[in-house]
Design a protein around this ligand. Sequence first.
Ligand code: SF4
Length: 194
Amino acid sequence: MDELEQIRAEVLTCRKCTLCETRHNPVFGEGNRHAPVMCIGEGPGYYEDMAGKPFVGKSGELLDKIFLACGFTRDKHVFIANIVKCRPPENRNPKADEMAACLPYLYRQIELVDPKIIILLGSTALKGLIDPNARITRLRGQWLEWQNRWVMPTYHPSALLRNPELKRDAWEDFKKVIDKYRETVDPAHYSKYH
Ligand code: SF4
């Protein structure tokens, strides 16, 4: 068993925080295990919890449309993971102790997938990976550096669904990701829209 599969096996039986008591399925993450881009969300919602897969509901549909516009596909360019692997009840924000218990899995995933670019989807992802006091409204659209990787914070797709006016800003953020992808991964990368 390779190490990523080893982490998956640990996650599937994990009981390191109380979220294990209410989850149906932990959501390990999915995508190309050597993806140049890693997308990190908050945690599973209802549909993800039922399916055991990341971003499968309406947020997932929107994320797929954004990927399409960027010229990215889930299985080739991207690996998708979350700050916590189990659904918080009623989709509340994960608590600090839950994030602390779960983050070591994510750190190991990042190390193994070794992405050049990390996209943080929403406030919890930004706070969980970068700084508990960071604010998405202030940092979105700006390149950060974390462990020699480029990090772009942007809005979570569910925020875009709740407030479509944010889509324009989010697309500006993703255009920066496309530019960085061309700069660091593939100068010939094709996107129909940028
Ligand atoms: S959220 Fe993470 S730490 Fe908590 S039980 Fe699930 S896998 Fe384990």
